[in-house]
Design a protein around this ligand. Structure first.
Ligand code: G3P
Ligand code: CA
Length: 250
């Protein structure tokens, strides 16, 4: 399925993850973006979760609503009722006016069975209860094998694992991975199934080393066509991209 014109490395389990939904085509982290990801036949949607003042898990990237809605303020100081009044689509394009900030529950209900979910926990230090809220929601879901939870914070993933040991986990890595020791990689591999580094960190050797500890590698965030060939040549296992169609055969 990965191609085009036989240029790219082929891998039958290669996962195409639509970053914040298909964020290149629709306002990030909205139902419209997730629908677009399904339409483009991505394997996963990536989504960011934060907690409102009254404990609702909402799907939004920043700690404030300022950039991606017509409102202002920190999410932890706004109730869900206040957040759901906001327009989360118009900033991207007027044709998306009326899109809302969805709850995690709404996204899971609407898209379960249609696509899988890569859920990133944002700002856990702002919301210490977020792990418990998330694992409660996921444990009520009949199956969790279409879900991966990821974070830049390894200790947070340990807490998630304690609550829900069967859940698949991914560690996001922003920098300082090249000199990583084998001991560290082995430790990570006891907890997580995926290492998801910034795409600028990807080398063949790094991918090979991560593979030797039976973890998969899905770099973020691919927005340009020119980096695709190098990434695929490095034998990554999937990609987190704003443009899923770059990786999917018609
Ligand atoms: O999925 C990885 C990527 O989403 C991490 O960066 O800032 O887009 O959440 P960010
Ligand atoms: Ca994210």
């Amino acid at each position: 399925r990965v191609k085009k014109g036989n240029v790219y490395w082929k891998h039958e389990h290669f996962l195409v993850v639509a970053h914040r939904g298909a964020a290149g085509y629709a306002p990030e982290n909205t139902m419209a973006a997730f629908r677009k990801a399904v339409e483009l036949k991505a394997d996963f949607i990536e989504l960011d979760i934060q907690m409102s003042k009254d404990g609702e898990l909402v799907v939004i990237h920043d700690p404030t609503v300022d950039r991606t809605t017509n409102g202002v303020g920190e999410i932890r100081n706004l109730t869900y009722n206040e957040i759901k009044q906001l327009d989360a689509g118009k900033w991207f394009h007027k044709k998306f006016a009326g899109e809302k900030v969805p709850t995690l529950q709404e996204v899971l209900t609407e898209f379960s069975g249609k696509i899988s979910f890569l859920i990133e926990i944002k700002n856990p230090n702002l919301n210490p209860e977020i792990v418990e809220k998330l694992t409660n929601i996921l444990s009520e879901k009949q199956q969790t094998n279409d879900i991966i939870v990821q974070s830049f914070d390894f200790e947070l993933l340990e807490k998630v694992h304690q609550q829900l040991p069967t859940l698949k986990l991914g560690l996001l890595v922003k920098y300082r991975i090249h000199g990583i020791s084998n001991v560290q990689l082995k430790d990570w591999s006891k907890l997580v199934q995926y290492i998801n580094p910034n795409k600028a960190l990807i080398t063949k050797n790094l991918v090979k080393r991560i593979h030797s500890y039976k973890m998969r590698v899905m770099p973020y965030t691919v927005r340009d066509k020119k980096s695709i060939k190098g990434l695929l040549d490095s034998k990554i296992d999937g990609v987190i991209t704003d443009f899923p169609d770059y990786f999917i055969e018609e």
